[in-house]
Design a protein around this ligand. Sequence first.
Ligand SMILES: Nc1nc2c(ncn2[C@@H]2O[C@H](COP(=O)(O)OP(=O)(O)OP(=O)(O)O)[C@@H](O)[C@H]2O)c(=O)[nH]1
Ligand SMILES: [Mg+2]
Length: 292
Amino acid sequence: MKSGFVSIVGRPNVGKSTLLNSIINKKIAITSDKSGTTRNNIKGIYNEEDTQIVFVDTPGIHKAQNKLGKLLNKEAYFSLDDVDVILFVVDITKPLGTGDKFIIETLKKYNTPVFLIINKIDKVKYEDILKTITDYKDLYDFKEIIPVSSLKNKNVKDIISTIKKYLTSNILYYPENISDENTIEFTISEIIREKILDLTRDEVPHSVMCKVDNIEESDNVINIQATIIVDRESIKRIIVGHNGSMIKDIGINSRKEIEIILDKKVYLELFVKVVEKWRDKDSFLKEVGYKN
Ligand SMILES: Nc1nc2c(ncn2[C@@H]2O[C@H](COP(=O)(O)OP(=O)(O)OP(=O)(O)O)[C@@H](O)[C@H]2O)c(=O)[nH]1
Ligand SMILES: [Mg+2]
């Protein structure tokens, strides 16, 4: 039996959560085409005969604009403590920039093997992969370099087989039939946030957070009440939409997915609340679970 922990880090939007979902073959973390989707360290547990790998997906490391941003970066760095392997994920369609160099400098402080995962190779030609490898190789002595497509599930299995060589423990950390430890409240609030990410743009996705207030199960339906918290009135107007059309769409899209997960009819009631500048409010951030 071999087991261990693996942290998935990188800049926002490079495909870390898509990679986690692809590895575990289950939607554990929400994904979107907007930067800053993941706001917590999220575990995905990979089980195979004689192997257990606990993957930790993290918020994209970025130049923080507010207290939430700082806490998200901290969360990502926190995941690096005491892991067997770090997967540093980059997006092949984006040029190597200061953001990536900054993360690499931080990774150098850890005495942990770092794999360079070059993601989104389905979008480029073979020569581009070689060029990207050359660009990154000079910056750090990556233990392994693996080009993948998380979306098309290409070479993702190679990551698993390569990690196995670096695992050091022989403890079963989680029961073999468990693939995540997300609570149902977390899953539901993230689904709602994902639908908002899908339907809105610019500053809106960043100004929103979701919270499940109540879940009540009766014979044939599950009643769920949830609140969408926004940081100003103008965003509230966008979330509600003309004659409530936007909140209706968010509700319909969310409910459809929640019903599949819970395998039961769902009645979803959504509320919108303004908490001015919540991304910079210590007390609020603490209340929703971030440790300062
Ligand atoms: N073409 C292509 N798109 C991908 C691939 N992997 C991820 N994407 C897309 O890239 C976008 C970002 O993916 P996420 O998995 O949310 O990225 P992330 O790194 O978790 O982002 P943050 O949570 O913001 O840090 C989504 O639109 C994905 O569908 C890939 O291999 N190929
Ligand atoms: Mg993510």
